[in-house]
Design a binder for this molecule. Structure first.
Ligand SMILES: [Zn+2]
Length: 309
């Protein structure tokens, strides 16, 4: 019917995903039924004291080799960020570490904390494994080996359908995503013609949201994958023209639009820096350029690159 251009469809997707994220963040704390509300982070607060002692106890258990030791079951406390808070204060007061708060709340960076936002604080340090393994003894064994832990100390969190690994921290790769160091630019050369955010649409001259970057380069220039991942879409898609979508860990995906040729197939596992296609002007494009997007849990994010290759 109507051919949505990438700008507009990114915009629509953004609105949709925003709505989705808002619903999630609004209901999420209730869905997982935190046992207690942390009204403030004063050291005299009895609830905070209880949380801190549970965190301490569980940390000891996670390091224990004694098979009779067991955790105080995984529970979540709820805390609403107030003026004057920052990530590091919340972390220090609750006995948490960066990895736990970011993993449990799916934060994309320490700056991702806003006044009024509700955070879940677990009563143990640890991270959710990002491999999406199903609940089975086989998965448990695999993770026990991966994290060098006894099997019984790894927890399957039924409320989230994910494996929680107490006492562990984010891996090197996960950390690099968290600090915005994971993505390589999709072109080795080219120049930015349109940035992320609000802009005047080049066709309609109306103010719209641009969910990615436009990078101009000659026809046929290699387009490379920003990070390791799996090709989950390949083909024509509305204003994107020829599009490749690569799925990465931790809910990330990158999109490469207006391609001339596509050099991968659906389901391919690609490496960071691997060629996935070439620059073209298919779809709704004013000239030869790449339309590039980074999304996390379907929400457009501003692409951040780490130039290190
Ligand atoms: Zn664009």
């Amino acid at each position: 019917m109507i051919n949505l251009d990438p700008v507009l469809s990114a915009n629509l997707d953004f609105v949709k995903s925003c709505r989705f994220i808002c619903i999630i963040s609004f209901f999420f704390p209730f869905l997982i039924e935190p046992i207690e509300l942390l009204k403030n982070l004063d050291y005299e607060n009895e609830v905070l004291k209880k949380l801190r002692s549970e965190v301490k106890f569980n940390l000891r258990v996670s390091k224990s080799r004694n098979t009779s030791d067991d955790y105080i079951p995984l529970e979540f406390y709820k805390y609403t960020v107030v003026q004057g808070d920052n990530f590091f204060r919340i972390m220090a007061r609750t006995g948490m570490n960066i990895d736990t708060i970011s993993s449990v709340n799916a934060l994309s960076s320490p700056q991702d904390i806003r006044v009024g936002m509700t955070l879940l604080i677990p009563n143990m340090r640890g991270v959710y494994d990002t491999e999406n393994l199903s609940e089975s003894e086989l998965s448990r064994g695999k993770l026990a080996e991966k994290y060098s832990m006894p099997n019984h100390l790894i927890i399957f969190d039924k409320r989230r359908d994910e494996w929680f690994v107490p006492g562990k921290t984010l891996g090197k790769i996960e950390k690099s995503f968290f600090y915005g160091l994971a993505f390589h630019p999709p072109l080795n050369e080219g120049y930015l013609t349109s940035g992320f955010g609000h802009r005047l649409d080049p066709f309609t001259k109306k103010k719209t949201f641009h969910g990615g970057l436009d990078i101009a380069a000659p026809k046929g220039t290699d387009v490379i994958s920003s990070a390791d991942g799996e090709v989950i879409f390949i083909g024509r898609k509305g204003g994107y023209g020829k599009l490749v979508v690569v799925k990465h860990i931790m809910g990330y995906e990158t999109r490469y639009g207006h391609l001339d040729k596509m050099a991968v197939s659906l389901g391919d596992h690609v490496k960071k820096g691997q060629k996935i296609g070439s620059v073209g002007n298919t779809g709704r494009a004013t000239g030869y350029h790449l339309h590039y997007e980074v999304r996390r849990f379907q929400k457009n994010e501003k692409p951040v690159f780490y130039q290190h290759m």
